[in-house]
Write a protein that binds this ligand. Structure first.
Ligand code: MN
Length: 321
């Protein structure tokens, strides 16, 4: 998924200053963003006042959408730098193509993990024909300085480990949860897990007190630490927790996102994560005029042009609103 916002805002984030050291319950409401012609997403990160959760720097939730008579997702080739993208579906299917030559169908509860490293480009589309409903989340993980220039690579994992308790199946997407580790490559201490709860289930999830956490609700009615979290919203939980109480009032689908607070200050603009204005400006220029980000073959349509950079130079200066 791309940030297709034509008024792409700049997010200066990272650093310790904005991390909440103790447990909190901060409900984040989504911003609605139109992606192309037929897909509207709910953007949870970056959010007003909350830019990152661990290294998680971008969270879009979309659907469930009835796309029986629609093209569905159509995101033309676009570049990434300094991040990993995580594709996670509950319904439907996404066809991923990238400049490494990957061509991969991603289906519900399979991990599509693309590490951009220094440069990659990709497209994402609903295949033809496609299932009636499309429902999923698209997330970005910021890469730490030591690894942000790695060679780009794409991983697809269909057999992820799960932790179960009565009424709960927690599938580990990235990092580790309760001793179960995802095969996906992570570059910072992190966790991403899909939490499938059945109606009436009550569970306590073991957490790492050094991590900060948030829970995204994708479907159903559930309470997270006693707070009702409706589908399409996210509850920020802070740090300092050893467990998390969950309760499902109906069948519910949640995502747990967490990680060690991201120490480095980053500059995020459009589809790039960098450390300075100059670096972002160079990436934009390279996408528009050079072969740095490679070519995506087979997508029916042109590549996505970069929006204009804002007129004011970007300076990383800590987590700001
Ligand atoms: Mn993308």
């Amino acid at each position: 998924m791309s940030n297709l916002d034509r008024q792409a805002g700049v997010s200066v984030c990272g650093g310790r200053g904005f991390v909440v050291a103790e447990p909190v319950r901060e409900l984040l409401t989504p911003r609605r963003v139109q992606l192309g012609e037929s897909t509207e997403v709910r953007r949870l990160l970056p959010n007003l006042g909350r830019r990152m959760v661990g290294a998680w720097a971008f969270v879009d939730h979309y659907g469930p959408d009835d796309i029986a008579d629609e093209p569905g997702m159509q995101v033309p080739p676009h570049p990434h730098m300094g991040l990993q993208t995580v594709s996670w579906l509950h319904d439907g299917e996404v066809l991923h193509r990238d400049s490494l030559g990957s061509l991969q169908h991603i289906r519900p509860r399979e991990l599509g993990l693309m590490t951009s490293g220094r440069a990659i480009s990709h497209s994402e589309e609903s295949p033809k024909p496609h299932a009636r409903f499309l429902h999923g989340a698209q997330l970005w993980v910021a890469l730490p300085d030591a690894h942000r220039h790695v060679e780009p690579h794409f991983q697809h994992h269909t057999d992820l480990p799960a932790v179960t308790a009565p009424g709960l199946t927690a599938t580990v997407i990235l990092g580790e949860l309760d001793g179960a580790a995802s095969p996906g490559t992570a570059y910072t201490p992190i966790v991403g897990a899909d939490l499938a709860l059945t109606a009436g289930a009550e569970a306590r999830l073991p957490l790492d007190p050094d991590f900060e956490y948030a829970v995204l609700s994708m479907s159903g009615e559930a309470q997270v630490d006693g707070v009702p979290v409706v589908a399409g919203s996210m509850l920020y939980l802070g740090c300092g927790r050893t467990e998390l109480p969950l309760r499902a009032d109906s069948d519910a689908g949640l995502m747990l996102l967490g990680g060690e607070p991201f120490e480095e200050e980053i500059v995020m603009w459009w589809n790039f994560v960098g450390r300075s204005h100059e670096e972002i400006e160079q990436a934009r220029s390279d996408w528009m005029t050079s072969a740095r980000f490679g070519d995506v073959h087979g997508y029916d349509g042109g590549r996505l042009p970069a929006p204009q950079l804002p007129p004011v130079a970007l300076k990383p200066r800590g987590r700001v609103r």
